[in-house]
Design a protein around this ligand. Sequence first.
Ligand SMILES: Nc1ncnc2c1ncn2[C@@H]1O[C@H](COP(=O)(O)OP(=O)(O)OP(=O)(O)O)[C@@H](O)[C@H]1O
Length: 216
Amino acid sequence: MRANVIEVRELQVRLGESEALRGVSFAVAKGEIYALLGGHGAGKTTLLEVVAGTRRPTSGIVRVRGADPYCDAVRSGAVWRDGGLFPGLTVAEVVDTWRRWTLDPLTRDEALRLTGLGAQADVPFERLGTGERRLLDLALALVGQSDVVFLDEPTAGLGEHDVRRIWSVLRFLAANGVTVLLATRDVDEACRADRIGVMDKGRLPAGQSSARVRAA
Ligand SMILES: Nc1ncnc2c1ncn2[C@@H]1O[C@H](COP(=O)(O)OP(=O)(O)OP(=O)(O)O)[C@@H](O)[C@H]1O
């Protein structure tokens, strides 16, 4: 059995008057791709933010490789819905700039190789397609040698070719031990994951898998 990299127990998040997350518990194993599937306002982004350590939970336990992501330094990367904009820079220059802010970064070549952007190194950011911009965000998320990656709607608005390209990178990363937690509203996208957790009104009932959702 593979070790759990992400562990969440009885997580509660209150945002103003609303309870964004209520008693959420789940775990994700090393090298697993786990999809949080749910409609508008289900709590997916809030859950990703808490596990990525950018939002403090109201109560409950969150651990990423045994550490508290809000209080401790955890090597992880995230691709949020509003990706970066890097006008005037080539792909290589964007990665080089990011590397300068990162402790013990991957080499530029490695970050581009992992995301399949090696051939685009000299392409100006403005000439990249939407899917390639999403891959560049993913390359930046990996620069810190992250072996845990969070993605909020990684393929929303993309065509089939880009969706396939991004998922082949995610599969390659997972096969190399990277743990992936993503949020999506798209059932087809969720079914590409190893496991699915269906969220509704801040809850994540236990014991749901991609096979069960496909069969439903
Ligand atoms: N800053 C905030 N203050 C108050 N309530 C908030 C805040 N941000 C989110 N919420 C509420 O928390 C709940 C969960 O929102 P969240 O954005 O996590 O859902 P989501 O599943 O990601 O939805 P979507 O797919 O539409 O982004 C919603 O009811 C939302 O209205």
